[in-house]
Design a binder for this molecule. Structure first.
Ligand code: ZN
Length: 491
């Protein structure tokens, strides 16, 4: 059986989840579900990155211990997963004891390889980013991301000899053209690596909320060194699922953390003697028409509020349909409503309703005996949809599935089954119901709840890869027309 391992980045729970978190999880979930649909053995992990100075500070501000604080905050991210139908196999927290063990093990491996040395680090540090900045990258001495003043920090620190892996990394990029996706993102990273890799400070003494180094417990593992290791601890490195699922097929991440995933992570794995992941897919940001969302502007969209008001299927549908994966996207509530009304309600919901009403009226609510009209069946371009999904082009795959749904409505309009009788009428009704079944199955990775409801109403229970062909709808199946699937959203 083919395996597929997909991960999201793990989220830093210093604040509540925002729409960007929901977006990354939704796309990854859709891809995971797609691979499951085709019978692959899938492992999908997501989680929270819970160590470091910033968490330690935030907890203090909230009058809590770091442990209480991350328990509460990480629960919000789990809730997001539940509300948005994120079908993860593991929700990993970097405070999980098995993860901490693996982190120490990997550090030890890198240490034993001779790639760790004690030095001293002095630099301009942004606690919110958990990283040092070069003076030239600051804006008037302030962090370019947070706008807060970077602090001059000096501390003894263990360093990872990342410089040693520059050549190996460039060769790896060369041999693996799909390591950085979309490919358009690659050049910038390659050029930065060519400018030279500096050794990386991987321990801190400035906080205690973290993983202590096995060789020197006054030092705590730098948050990123710890966090990246989640991808192998999630699959129980070095045993069990790790053997089956590693290397990961894809890490799905945002542009702001591409350096950590495309450069630091493979160098760490080279040193530890572990194969790098097959690819890192860098998605864009979701923006408002007025620009970036930010806490200081007070325009951050709450994903839980959205899913409660619109339903998870409609918000998922909008994100997967409207935003080309890998590019920045614009978010507006108006756009969710437009997609919902024009495609989910008018096309898909309408198709379900009219097919079921016709079958009730003319066939006593039972699927008639017939085969699917080949002129309708050819309108489904399954090969194209598969190719789109293999390239993570959910928006194109979804457009193609919806083209087929439109073709089904057009087929009914053209054949006018209400004017037909006998075998010719049965053929049109069977074809429409069987086509709808196919559409509903193909939509299951995108809108899992609605897909299930559609299949329930068609009398179809569980399904798998072998159901992804026409004429699989059994004659005599009782249909169960239910509530209207997508009610129109009024302005
Ligand atoms: Zn910052």
């Amino acid at each position: 059986m083919k395996k597929f391992y997909i991960t999201t980045a793990i989220d830093y729970p210093s604040a509540k989840p925002h729409l960007g978190h929901a977006y990354e999880k939704t796309v990854s979930d859709c891809i995971a579900r797609w691979h499951r649909l085709w019978g692959e053995e899938v492992f999908f992990s997501t989680g929270t990155d819970e160590h470091g100075l910033k968490i330690q500070r935030k907890a203090k501000e909230a009058g809590k211990t770091p442990s209480q604080f991350v328990d509460e905050m990480s629960a919000d991210f789990k809730k997001l997963c539940a509300e948005w139908d994120i079908s993860f196999d593991r929700f990993i927290r970097t405070t999980d004891p098995d993860h901490e063990e693996v982190s120490k093990k990997i550090f030890q491996k890198v240490f034993d390889k001779g790639d760790i040395y004690l030095g001293e680090y002095e630099g301009l540090y942004c606690a919110d980013c958990e990283q040092y900045y070069l003076e030239k990258d600051l804006v008037n001495g302030n962090c370019p991301v947070h706008g807060t003043k970077a602090e001059l920090v000096r501390e003894p620190s263990y360093f990872f000899r990342m410089s040693k892996y520059q050549k190996q990394l460039l060769e790896f990029f060369e041999k693996n053209p799909n390591f950085i996706l979309p490919r358009a993102r690659k050049a910038e990273i390659v050029n930065r690596v060519k400018e030279g890799l500096r050794d990386l400070s991987v321990s801190r003494t400035s906080f205690t909320w973290g993983v202590p180094l096995p060789n020197d417990p006054k030092h705590f593992l730098y948050v990123w060194f710890d966090a990246l290791i989640n991808y192998i601890s999630a699959v129980d490195y070095p045993k069990g699922k790790f053997k089956k699922f590693w290397p990961a097929d894809v890490h799905v991440i945002g542009t702001d953390i591409s350096w950590f995933h495309c450069v630091i992570w493979p160098c760490m794995l080279f040193s530890a003697g572990i194969e790098p992941p097959k690819s890192v897919f860098i998605h864009g940001f979701i923006k408002l028409p007025s620009g970036k969302m930010s806490k200081s502007k007070g325009n951050v969209v709450d994903p839980l509020d959205l899913s409660q008001r619109f339903g998870s299927d409609s918000v998922r549908y909008f994100l997967l349909r409207d935003i080309p994966f890998g590019e920045d996207g614009i978010f507006e509530e108006r756009l969710i409503a437009e997609r919902h009304n024009s495609e989910l309600a008018n096309e898909l919901g309408n198709l379900l309703n009219r097919v079921l009403v016709l079958i009730e009226k003319n066939c006593n609510g039972e699927i008639p005996q017939a085969t699917t009209d080949s002129n309708l069946a050819v309108k489904l371009n399954l090969k194209k949809i598969q190719a789109n999904m293999a390239r993570f082009e959910t928006h194109l795959a979804l457009a193609e599935i919806m083209n087929f749904v439109k073709a089904c409505n057009a087929f009914i309009n053209e054949k006018e089954p209400w004017k037909l009788t006998g075998k010719s009428q049965q053929k049109v009704l069977y074809s429409s119901a069987d086509a709808l079944r196919m559409a509903a199955i193909l939509l299951s990775p995108f809108i899992p709840n609605a897909s299930k409801k559609m299949l329930d109403q068609l009398g179809v229970g569980s399904f798998g890869k072998s159901d992804l062909q026409f004429n699989k709808l059994r004659a005599g199946t009782k249909t169960k027309r239910g509530e209207v699937l997508f009610k129109k959203i009024e302005k």
